[in-house]
Design a protein around this ligand. Structure first.
Ligand SMILES: [Zn+2]
Length: 432
């Protein structure tokens, strides 16, 4: 096990509210000591490290935790695999990622969950946790075996890709999740309101001549799921919120004492439908880019703490599935390797979030939601760490990627902030 000294960085720990220049000393996979520069320099001088990382000018944060990733294995490894996804995650500063269950076969049983975990461990990069499906085959007919999936190590259940249509069945599933003490991660979308839409239903959709998706498709299910969660007494986590109304409903739920947390994806706070330049499949995702008003509401929600988490919804697809009209393209974009830079550029740099809030939304809060002992750099904690340089400005290059896929609308965008190193359990898994 490496003995690592991260020197002279700005250490940001939301768990202890630490924000100061310090050295971080990692021994045997855990944080041994945080040594502020004011401390006895003899102590620092005495440290013998196998690896010394100079973090001067960089943020040193607890490793990012992504609650929302599609790894496409088993079943769709032409898009991504556990290996390429975990490496892309490490490249993006993520030390733990949660894989959604819409694989083939569906991750609705212990066998698939153990398979993904085993592959993740073999890769030895970012930690991979597989989320279990709520219903068998995600078909919405019968609940999956939660006990079996939890025994295999799943930390949460989700039907991501769709909502559970049958409210009674969903309520039963939520009660079961509550009994097991795990959260339900909800993709909120009423398919009967989508009706073949490919982008938000607004002026821009009419200009491009493309069929729109009403915001109500998201809003009605957010409202329904909050009410179901209240009844079930479960922790409901609202995935990829994209509308002003979702923020308002999450605020209502929190004020009412209902156990609800909410996430937003970078593309929804960076872009709005007005930014879609042409009928380009790389701008198609579910939920779609909304209006400027929604975009501003999401930023405000993050700032006010109504939105707890920034997650990527990393959704790799092949060029054939994306380099076409939005009418034919698959839903989703990749995001693991651009999330931190986009958050820095669009939220931290303009002062919407402080650097410590960035660490909170990308690491500390996701850990709390999963009840994982992560998201902190306090002494004796597992050394999952990201060294992030907030100063470097560059243009996003879709080919500077460990993912198998290239479907991003951010290629060519100038951003600020680059991951320098990612450490998982005291091991450097990525270094630039
Ligand atoms: Zn989703």
């Amino acid at each position: 096990m490496e003995n690592i000294l991260i020197k002279n960085g700005r250490v940001l720990d939301p768990a202890t509210n630490m924000d100061q220049i310090a050295d971080v000393w990692i021994v045997d996979g855990v944080i041994k000591e945080i040594l502020p520069l004011s401390s006895d320099s003899m102590t620092v001088g005495n440290i013998e490290a196998d690896v010394v990382l100079d973090a001067t000018g960089c943020f040193v944060m607890p490793g990012f935790i992504d609650l929302h990733v599609h790894l496409r294995e088993p079943g769709f490894t032409y898009k991504e695999s556990v290996e390429t996804g975990a490496k892309a995650a490490a490249h993006g500063g993520f030390t733990t990622i949660l894989a959604m269950p819409n694989t083939k076969p569906t991750a609705d049983n212990g066998e698939v969950i153990r398979l993904v975990h085993k592959k993740g461990e073999a890769v030895g990069s970012s930690r991979v946790l597989q989320i279990g499906a709520i219903t068998k085959g995600q078909e919405g007919q019968e609940l999956a075996d939660f006990s079996e999936m939890i025994r295999a190590g799943t930390p949460a259940v989700s039907e991501d890709g769709k909502a559970v249509k049958d409210a009674a069945l969903y309520l039963e599933g939520m009660k079961l999740a509550a009994a097991h003490g795990i959260p339900v991660l909800a993709h909120c979308e009423d398919l009967s309101l989508v009706r073949g839409g490919v982008m938000n239903d607004d002026e821009r959709a009419r200009e491009l001549g493309l069929p729109g998706i009403t915001k109500a498709a998201e809003n009605v299910i957010v409202a329904r799921d909050i009410m179901l969660a209240k009844e079930a007494g479960v922790h409901l986590h609202l995935c990829h919120c994209s509308t002003l109304e979702s923020v308002e409903l999450a605020a209502f739920a929190k004020k009412s004492g209902i156990c609800v947390t909410a996430e937003v994806c970078p593309h929804h706070f960076v872009l709005n439908s007005g930014d879609i330049p042409t009928d380009d499949g790389n701008f198609k995702m579910s939920p779609p880019l909304r209006t400027r008003e929604d975009q501003e509401a999401l930023k405000e929600g993050l700032k006010k703490g109504i939105i707890d988490v920034i997650a990527t919804d990393h959704a790799p697809h092949s060029p054939e599935e994306k380099n076409c009209s939005m009418k034919e393209a698959a839903f989703g974009i990749i995001g693991l390797e651009t999330a931190a830079a986009l958050t820095m550029t669009e939220l931290v740099e303009p002062g919407v979030l402080t650097p410590i809030q960035m660490a909170e939304k990308m690491s500390y809060n996701p850990a709390k939601i999963l009840k994982l002992d992560r998201g902190s750099l306090a002494e004796s904690k597992v050394a999952d760490v990201v060294v992030f340089d907030p100063r470097e400005t560059y243009v996003i290059d879709a080919n500077d990627s460990y993912s198998k896929s290239r479907n991003t609308p951010f290629a060519g965008k100038t951003v600020k902030g680059r991951v320098r190193a990612t450490i998982v359990g005291g091991r450097v898994v990525y270094e630039r």
